[in-house]
Design a protein around this ligand. Structure first.
Ligand code: C2E
Ligand code: MG
Ligand code: MG
Length: 709
């Protein structure tokens, strides 16, 4: 007999157990469907035991607290069967959650299974516990109510999980709380309704002698409740652990993404770096195949970027680089790739460019896009150009060599004065290994006396007198023969040898001037300087020392600097030109017409001479444009007080035109090819003898043919 004081407590405990069971059930349902390892069938079986115990316990407690009056003995078998039924119902629901293949099927069937199976299990529990002697009939409305309530609450729970599926983490306790609450209410109601679903014979009599009395059942149910509480606790601990693991995994993922970004992206422009570019190159190759002109790699180097950095500061330089990155990204489109691979060096991958013509037009677009003004914060606008080298795949080498070849082509474009593009050609193919070999040899070349200076005369236009010579370096390589400076000077520049080579040229020129002076020849010598030399801190002291050592008058030395190089870094040029002018040497702007000097800038340079690029001279006979340019350059130079030298004069017609345009000096094969000092001495001595140019030309033409061109 149950004391009436205890009844409300038992009912309360029943409700509590229902809530706990709902918690375990929700969690087990989630687990059963979200994991797919064999081990996680454990969630189905474990869940079945825990939930079954909970259902049985809550229903028993509810009966004890709510409906029974007399002294009852509950049969062992019936009690055990009730537990088994509850566990089976829960197990079937969990198995269904795990096995139903699609979310749609789960949404449709699971609430029904929960409602019908668990509802039926509860009704059966009530019926079995009370026994057939006590139960005289059914109140079917309550029975249907129990099933319907469970069905409704399970549907709501299912809806909650479906609608939060994307946001709900596995085992996210806080977010599943509403679902647990709804299911808890559903279970509590189902227990209560199931209890009311039987009509009892009053008063109740003991039905069997072999079983539990009310206290025993209460104790058993309480132990069951405790078991469910413990199950819920372990569920909670599991959820917390999962949550922690998930947080760890998320931060690990974030760290991984960050690392990948750092490893593959340029932080300033956020463009891919060389590594990622190479990967994309391979991916693109898989896509486009090896048909001719399958893809083009454009190596882009900004012209005149350094001066912007120098004069406006690095922040301004960064703005420009970011903008360049953005413009290239736009040009790359969905299928191409733009990357930053160095300070002001970028790569563009154009898949299926449409042959060389298409690649050339891509390069034109790049030139146009990067040529648009750049707005600097509080600094107005600046303009830039760029040099582009193009390597086509598969025509210009394997993917491994494509970037290096595009780089070589870019270098060629740069050397023609920049703001243009050049396709890779086999002659540029001094691959990296060869370059390394060459620079190793070059290191030894000075010690082994393999470097020589050749001299090419400059002729005064009007009188035909020699006004001086240009010193042009030659490398007599023991295996490769004579190597052109156009091949090894870039190697020297790239591998940091230009300082040594340049110093040797200065030293050797001064020594030669002294030798000529000793022979009674006052010969002016022009020495070519590269930008790397201009940036050397010890350039001026070195020149001064060489002049002193060889007792040479500085006015006998002229320094030639290529126009595009002088434009590349105007500040360094101005600085060095200033120092050189101060020690008394003359300055000359070489290859004029290939860069884009502004008049204002030209006027500021203390140069005495302008050398018109031989490209214009070569065209002067046939192209009215070239003629107009040369005419304009000569007039401009004269207006600025500069002497004009025309390089590469090969024909008499060119000579006559140039003289007609009042060009001051001429230099070229028509008069003499570059020649060793000894030969030039003879040549110049003849000049002193008063022989005319044609005579000397015919005299030495044959000798000079061995000289490199
Ligand atoms: P550059 O200073 O413009 O030298 C003139 C180049 O034109 C020389 O080529 C010369 O041989 C060539 N040339 C002269 N007359 C004619 C002609 O009538 N027709 C043709 N087609 N070419 C002619 P080179 O000696 O091969 O030198 C090439 C470049 O290498 C030079 O161009 C200069 O920029 C650079 N270079 C030469 N020596 C040195 C040096 O000692 N130091 C540095 N930094 N650069 C040097
Ligand atoms: Mg020169
Ligand atoms: Mg030149």
């Amino acid at each position: 007999m149950i004391d009436s004081d205890v009844r409300p407590l038992l009912l309360l405990l029943a409700m509590l157990v229902a809530g706990l069971t709902a918690g375990v059930l929700t969690h087990a349902l989630q687990k059963a469907r979200s994991t797919d390892t064999l081990l996680d069938w454990g969630w189905v079986f474990g869940g079945a035991v825990a939930v079954g115990t909970g259902l049985w316990s809550a229903q028993s407690l509810a009966l004890l607290g709510g409906r029974l009056t007399g002294n009852l003995i509950f049969g062992f078998k019936a009690t055990a069967l009730c537990w088994l039924l509850c566990a089976a119902a829960a197990g079937l629901c969990l198995a269904a959650a795990r096995l139903l293949p699609t979310p749609r099927l789960r949404t449709l069937l699971l609430p029904w299974l929960l409602g019908v199976l668990i509802g039926a299990a509860l009704l059966a529990t009530v019926r079995l516990l009370l026994g057939s002697a006590l139960v005289v009939g059914w109140n079917s409305m309550w029975g249907v109510g129990a099933v319907a309530t469970l069905l409704a609450c399970a549907t709501l729970t299912q809806w909650w999980f479906d609608s939060t599926a994307g946001q709900l983490a596995d085992g996210d306790g806080s977010s599943s709380a509403p679902a647990v609450a709804v299911l808890g209410v559903g279970l509590a109601c189902a227990h209560a309704f199931a209890m009311q679903a039987v009509q009892l014979q009053v008063p109740a009599l003991p039905m069997t002698l072999d079983g539990l009395d009310a206290l025993g059942l209460t104790l058993a149910a309480a132990v069951g409740a405790l078991a469910v509480a413990m199950a819920l606790l372990s569920v909670w601990v599991d959820a917390r652990n999962r949550e922690r693991t998930r947080t760890l995994a998320t931060s690990l993922n974030e760290a991984n993404t960050q690392l990948r970004r750092q490893a593959f992206c340029d932080p300033l422009t956020t463009l891919p770096n060389r590594l990622l570019f190479e990967e994309r190159l391979h991916q693109t190759l898989q896509r486009v195949g090896r048909s001719p002109g399958a893809m083009a790699v454009l190596f882009i180097d900004l012209d005149g970027f350094k001066p912007i950095n120098d004069s406006f500061g690095h922040a301004a330089g960064d703005v420009v680089l970011r903008e360049v990155g953005g413009r290239l990204l736009e040009l790359a489109g969905a299928h191409g790739t733009a990357a930053r691979v160095g300070g002001d060096e970028f790569l563009l991958l154009v898949p299926g460019p449409g042959g060389q013509e298409g690649a050339a037009s891509s390069a034109q677009h790049v030139l146009q896009a990067l040529g648009r003004p750049y707005r600097l914060p509080n600094r107005g606008e600046v303009k830039l150009s760029c040099s582009i080298g193009i390597a086509m795949f598969p025509e210009h080498g394997s993917t491994a060599k494509l970037i290096a070849n595009a780089d070589a082509a870019m270098y060629a474009a740069k050397r023609t004065g920049g703001s243009t593009y050049a396709f890779f050609e086999a002659r540029m193919d001094l691959d990296v290994r060869e370059q390394v070999e060459l620079q190793n040899d070059l290191r030894l070349a000075i010690e082994r006396n393999q470097l020589h200076l050749y001299y090419q005369p400059k002729i005064h236009g009007a009188s035909g007198q020699v006004t001086g010579v240009e010193a042009l370096i030659r490398w007599d390589h023991p295996v490769r023969g004579l190597i052109s400076p156009e091949v090894f000077i870039p190697v020297a520049e790239r591998f940091g040898l230009i300082g040594t080579v340049g110093n040797w040229v200065i030293e050797e020129s001064c020594r030669q001037i002294r030798q000529w002076l000793d022979l009674g020849l006052r010969m002016r010598v022009a020495v070519n300087l590269s930008m790397h030399q201009l940036r050397q801190d010890d350039l001026v002291p070195r020149i001064r020392r060489a002049l002193e050592v060889h007792r040479v008058d500085p006015s006998l030395l002229t320094f030639e600097i290529t126009e595009s190089v002088a434009m590349e870094d105007t500040q360094a040029t101005m600085r060095s030109f200033g120092h050189l002018a101060r020690i008394g040497a003359s300055l000359s702007i070489d290859d004029f017409g290939t860069g884009y000097s502004s008049l204002a800038y030209l006027r500021k340079l203390p140069a005495r001479q302008l050398k018109i690029d031989r490209g214009f001279v070569a065209d002067i006979e046939h192209s009215s444009d070239a003629l107009a340019v040369v005419d304009a350059v000569i007039k401009l130079a004269h207006a600025l007080g500069l002497k004009v030298v025309a390089e590469g004069v090969e024909t008499e017609q060119q000579r006559d035109i140039l003289l007609g345009l009042r060009c001051d000096e001429l230099q070229g094969y028509l008069f003499a090819k570059p020649m060793p000092a000894k030969m030039l001495t003879l040549w110049a001595m003849n000049d002193d003898d008063g022989h005319d140019i044609e005579f000397r030309h015919s005299l030495f033409q044959n000798h000079f043919s061995s000289s490199i061109q």
